[in-house]
Design a protein around this ligand. Structure first.
Ligand SMILES: Nc1ncnc2c1ncn2[C@@H]1O[C@H](COP(=O)(O)OP(=O)(O)OP(=O)(O)O)[C@@H](O)[C@H]1O
Ligand SMILES: [Mg+2]
Length: 302
């Protein structure tokens, strides 16, 4: 699969994977593919950052390689490790057999059979289908030393393994970096990338997403769900619901055979959209009814 040759083609390709992509996002994705630059996506939780990489890999028919970041992630877990237990077994076996050729054993122990490839190395391996999509997810969870390391890895796409030599990617992978912005990612890394802030979708786009992800939901219920969630996001909440929550909620309501929203059904299913007790408590009593009224008013033709 060739990379799409226009912004429209990018939107179409992602759309075919059930990913609703606006013009602005389509543009940075197109540029990132065309210029071969990593794409840095920041945004709230559950707004479709991770999903872009999945849809892109599926649309391009490329392999998706995911590096999930976490506190304490280091180069060896990200690039490669030697399979130490297997090496130990091989050494013991050789010892038991007696008269082992030490040099041959040494070469074998630090050869491909004992190498565990982690995502960054995997992403540099040639692939018949074309360079893979490398998703570096939630970069803000790692620390600065790892970021510095990553910066270097992203600049030349090669890894040097002392025992094996340098491995270089024949074609650089398509890189998507995401962050939930729990801390600022360093400028040096951002500078290498194209940047896009993934915001909560507006009403129409969220309807389109819901339609793509939960097509079984009737239009009338979907409209109320989306209008209510949009209204909820204007409230001062500890954690606003993302798109993922909208989809979950619609599915919960479907499972309960709800045909429209009511304060009672909202109270019963609030756990699908709000995940903090303080936020849930705010919506007790008449609050849910008030928000529902506002949501319905927003649906009425002006
Ligand atoms: N534009 C979209 N088109 C289709 N589905 C979407 C879109 N945005 C979000 N979704 C849906 O929302 C879900 C959550 O998206 P995703 O996991 O990508 O969010 P995220 O931004 O990575 O969140 P987090 O920060 O929590 O990891 C996806 O499984 C997908 O079904
Ligand atoms: Mg994510």
């Amino acid at each position: 699969m060739q990379i799409p040759n226009s912004i429209d083609a990018v939107q179409e390709m992602l759309g075919a994977q059930g990913y609703v992509c606006g013009r602005a996002l389509g543009t940075v994705v197109y540029l990132s593919l065309t210029l071969g630059r990593p794409l840095f996506l920041e945004g709230e939780a559950g707004v479709g950052k991770t999903e872009i990489a999945k849809a892109l890999a599926a649309g391009l028919n490329r392999r998706l390689i995911r590096l999930q970041c976490y506190e304490g992630l280091d180069a060896s877990s990200a690039v490669y490790e030697w399979n130490f237990p297997a090496q130990m077994v091989a050494i013991r076996t050789a010892e038991a057999g007696g008269g082992a050729d030490r040099d041959a054993l040494q070469r074998e122990l630090f050869g491909p059979d004992y190498l565990i490839e982690r995502p960054l190395l995997q992403a540099m391996r040639p692939d018949d289908r074309g360079a893979p999509v490398l998703l570096i997810d939630e970069l803000d969870r790692t620390d600065e030393p790892f970021e510095a390391f990553l910066l270097e890895a992203l600049s030349d796409f090669q890894v040097t393994i002392p025992e094996l030599g340098t491995i270089a990617a024949p074609e650089p992978p398509v890189v998507i970096v995401t962050s939930n912005r729990t801390r600022e990612v360093h400028d040096a890394l951002k500078r290498r990338c194209l940047y896009h802030w993934v915001d909560y979708p507006d009403f129409d786009r969220e309807m389109a997403i819901l339609h793509a992800r939960a097509p079984e939901a009737a239009a009338a219920l979907s409209r109320e769900v989306v209008a209510f969630v949009q209204q909820l996001r204007t409230e001062d909440l500890f954690k606003k619901p993302g798109v993922a929550e909208t989809i979950d909620w619609a599915k919960c309501l479907l499972a309960l055979d709800a045909i429209d929203l009511s304060p009672e059904v909202i109270a019963d299913t609030l756990g699908a959209i709000l995940k903090y007790q303080d936020d849930i408590a705010r919506l007790q009593g008449s609050e849910a009814a008030r928000l529902l009224d506002q949501a319905r008013a927003s649906l009425e033709p002006a």
